[in-house]
Design a protein around this ligand. Structure first.
Ligand SMILES: NC(=O)c1ccc[n+]([C@@H]2O[C@H](COP(=O)([O-])OP(=O)(O)OC[C@H]3O[C@@H](n4cnc5c(N)ncnc54)[C@H](O)[C@@H]3O)[C@@H](O)[C@H]2O)c1
Ligand SMILES: O=C(O)C[C@H](O)C(=O)O
Length: 353
């Protein structure tokens, strides 16, 4: 039997653990004696969880009732983020992991791995300018996935997505664990922007608008299909030109407004949380879940392409066809395919060479 002062001392030591003990400590929970939780649900890891996207995304996933366990991994600052989020009285148990030595523990047993790790753009940069740093980060993290949760669904956010998804695929192929249905590049922010900007033009509630955005996630590869808008709508040529340009440059609009301090984080966390929720509902067996995503594809002749996909227990259950395109969209598709071909080749070569 412990005295109350012993119990309090034990709790205090759990509240300020050395970072190397963080994982074990959070398993004990605040009471210092029992693992908290027991909520049925999925196990989700966020890699890059202390970053501009990672932190609000971690908060949104902590609020998601489908999540029972939330692992937060980064090379900096996860103790603070984990302690902070762990005080939210939602069901998910939060555990923090710091530095590469803890990567495998962060990943073991995960159902869904969300990767926003890597550097963001500054004004004047393209997403491809991030390749040299982010390609290596994505490779290292995906190698961890092959070792510890090869069957997990992976949501890849790190830019340049047009190349990082092919990089991840090659890492998984090399390890013999590749399942193209389980690797998804996150392009949901393009759809969120398209819905928002189109709703502004039409004077509608953005929640009632749905614009498929296909191709990829950079400049001209972002191809909004305004002719397939829901609700069915017609646009003047000026509106089409304005909307297409604004959707394709939405990321740059934020990078410039942030003036050197980063790129979209809050809208991205919101979009990533929506996409992750759709993946989890698919895993649960819900039907009729359709999202746009950059995935291994047969929709065009390119090996990777963003299109509408139907999600289910296996991840991507079906690639939906592009549907009828107008002349403007057909021209946009050709431009998108040209740039995508190079970005895919660059990603594949990074691992193969
Ligand atoms: N797909 C999209 O639509 C989309 C939208 C916005 C941003 N992004 C991309 O997401 C990435 C992250 O953006 P951000 O604003 O959160 O950047 P950030 O710099 O704020 O955060 C990135 C985090 O990654 C961590 N990190 C770096 N190397 C790591 C490693 N090896 N292992 C684990 N974590 C590591 C950093 O410590 C940092 O906490 C960027 O590449 C950005 O371009 C993609
Ligand atoms: O634009 C960026 O660099 C970040 C992201 O890809 C975005 O679309 O906001």
């Amino acid at each position: 039997m412990q005295s109350s002062s012993e119990r309090i001392a034990r709790i205090a030591s759990h509240l300020h653990p050395p970072s190397s003990q963080m994982e074990e400590t959070s398993l004990l929970g605040r009471s210092g004696c029992r693992a908290k939780g027991g909520t049925p649900g999925f196990k989700v890891a966020i890699l890059g969880a202390a970053g501009g996207i990672g932190q609000p995304l971690a908060m949104l996933m902590k609020m998601n009732p489908l999540v029972s366990v939330l692992h937060l991994y980064d090379v900096v600052n996860t103790p603070g983020v984990t302690a902070d989020l762990s005080h939210m009285n939602t069901g998910a148990v939060v555990r923090g992991f710091l530095g590469q030595a803890q990567l495998d523990n962060a990943l073991t047993g995960m159902d869904l791995v969300i990767i926003p790790a890597g550097v963001p753009r500054k004004p004047g940069m393209t997403r491809d300018d991030l390749f040299n740093i982010n390609a290596g980060i994505v490779r290292t993290l995906c190698e961890g996935v092959t070792r510890c949760c090869p069957n997990a669904i992976v949501n890849l956010i790190s830019n340049p997505v047009n190349s990082t998804v092919p990089i991840a695929a090659e890492v998984f192929k090399k390890a013999g664990t590749y399942n193209p249905r389980r690797l998804l590049g996150v392009t949901t922010l393009d759809v969120a922007r398209a819905n928002t900007f189109v709703a502004e033009v039409l004077g509608l509630d953005p929640r009632n608008v749905n614009i498929p955005v296909v191709g990829g996630h950079a400049g001209v590869t972002i191809l909004p299909l305004l002719s397939q808008a829901t609700p069915p709508s017609s646009f003047t040529p000026e509106e089409v030109a304005y909307l297409t340009e604004r959707i394709q440059n939405g990321g740059t609009e934020v990078v410039e407004a942030k003036a050197g301090t980063g790129s979209a984080t809050l809208s991205m966390a919101y979009a990533a949380a929506q996409f992750a929720d759709a993946c989890l509902r698919g895993l649960r067996g819900d039907v009729g879940i359709v999202e746009c995503s950059y995935v291994a594809s047969q929709v065009t002749e390119l090996p990777f392409f963003a299109s509408r996909v139907r999600l289910g227990r296996g991840g991507v259950e079906e690639l939906l066809p592009l549907g009828p395109l107008n002349e403007f969209e057909r021209a946009g598709l050709e431009k998108a395919k040209k740039e995508l071909t190079e970005s895919i080749h660059k990603g594949v070569s990074f691992i193969k060479s």
